[in-house]
Design a binder for this molecule. Structure first.
Ligand code: SF4
Length: 406
């Protein structure tokens, strides 16, 4: 198996032969690897917890992202709880509201589960009236009186929140409807984080964070500032997929190195993020048991990435840098005069090509007003491409998105 030119396909075959028990590190009564629940030893092992900033709350280091058909996947939710994946993330808009409704169905059926779950949802509105309306709707859908953490969804700049937001959050806390407050961001994350750390009333942030961007000076400063301010951090987009894929000399060596250590490249990318102690949890979309099991296995596996593996991951990130949009939208969007959501469109393209979520990508692209889509089609992206630090072929990708996602 350890041929020098182990291909990605060969690797997937190899991983397919690793048993569920091996991935989970679950031992049967006689020390044999066994799937969860089959050994005589009792309960399944649970993923570790980490402190969520200085909030006094511990959360599971793996969070169940809710962008999937939860009403049809109730068993998966149950299994997540059994493995200790108790941090559940959703949003008012996921699956057109079905994500929250599915969580509500689960809590109705298993009322005791609510106490075990650290429940997060998000608001697409910013103004106090909209926040109140959406929070109340989320509570009703999820059949609960409170959420543990309430996020403003997908912030691009800190000016989207202000003193009014702070007053609203304090009131919602005093009413017992939310316990903690913050925001999620996949655009200009570092600036949002650095500014949030100065505010003193942000409890948590979920941001794009992965092996491609976690070592930049600015991201390191942003993480340190948040940690000092006691803000709990959740990493998302940890697989660092891009709007297109690039060949890399290093990829097969990388995969081979990780296989020798006993985990997949996807698991290794999670482990790279967990090595940062400031990151409380990784939010991952796990729409089926195979992915849930692999991610839980990574969380339970105490083997650290080898220095060779870490170096190869860094080299791979460098070689394929031009295939990854780092969310620094303040650069490219300003270059075309503002108001053109380049980062969003490239993210939708990434959902389609890297996640295989073409339906979701089309839905999100279709939510852009027709006038905006026409404007994007007519824009000259030369200045944006010139300033893009990763040299992305923005014009080509915007055109491909218009064709693929229309
Ligand atoms: S296209 Fe380039 S400048 Fe724009 S967000 Fe992506 S990486 Fe940054």
């Amino acid at each position: 198996m350890a041929g020098k030119d182990l291909s990605r396909r060969g690797f997937i075959r190899a991983v397919g032969s690793i048993s569920a028990g091996t991935l989970l590190g679950v031992k049967g009564a006689h020390g044999q690897n066994a799937p969860e629940g089959t050994g005589k030893g009792g309960d399944a092992r649970q993923v570790p917890v980490r402190p969520f900033g200085k909030t006094g709350v511990n959360v599971s280091c793996l969070s169940l992202g809710g962008m999937f058909d939860i009403p049809s996947n109730q068993l998966l939710m149950r299994q997540a709880l059994r493995w200790g994946v108790t941090y559940w993330d959703t949003a008012d808009c996921y699956e057109g509201g079905k994500s929250e409704t599915g969580i509500g169905q689960f809590f109705e059926k298993y009322p005791d589960a609510r106490k075990k779950v650290f429940l997060v949802t998000k608001s697409d509105d910013r103004d106090p009236e909209g926040l109140t309306r959406l929070l109340n709707r989320s509570l009703e859908r999820m059949k609960t009186d409170y959420v543990d953490l309430y996020f403003i969804h997908a912030m691009k700049r800190i000016s989207e929140i202000n003193e009014e937001t702070k007053t609203w959050a304090e009131k919602a806390k005093s009413q017992g409807k939310i316990k903690l407050f913050g925001f999620s961001t996949h655009s200009s994350m570092e600036d949002c984080m650095l500014e949030a750390a100065k505010l003193g009333w942000i409890d948590g942030i979920m941001m794009t964070y992965n092996y491609r961007i976690m070592n930049s000076d600015k991201m390191k400063r942003a993480v340190e500032a948040c940690a000092r301010a006691g803000i709990g951090l959740t990493a998302m987009k940890t697989q660092a997929g891009g709007p297109f894929s690039m060949e890399s000399e290093t990829e097969s060596r990388l995969v081979e190195t990780f296989v020798k250590q006993g985990f997949t490249d996807k698991q290794a990318k999670l482990k790279a993020v967990w090595e940062a102690p400031e990151i409380a949890s990784i939010c991952s979309q796990m729409p089926n048991l195979t992915i849930l099991m692999a991610n839980v296995g990574a969380a339970l596996n105490e083997t650290k990435l080898s220095s060779e593996g870490a170096l190869l991951l860094e080299r791979y990130a460098e070689e394929t840098a031009a295939s990854y949009c780092a969310g620094c939208t303040q650069i490219c969007e300003a270059a075309v005069g503002g108001g053109a959501p380049i980062g969003d469109v490239l993210r939708y393209l990434m959902y389609s090509r890297s996640y295989g979520e073409s339906g979701l990508a089309r839905m999100l692209y279709g939510e852009l007003p027709l006038e905006m889509r026409r404007r994007l089609a007519g824009l000259d992206y030369t200045a944006a491409e010139r300033r893009c630090p990763r040299n992305l072929p923005i014009a080509r990708l915007m055109s491909e998105a218009a064709t693929l996602l229309a």
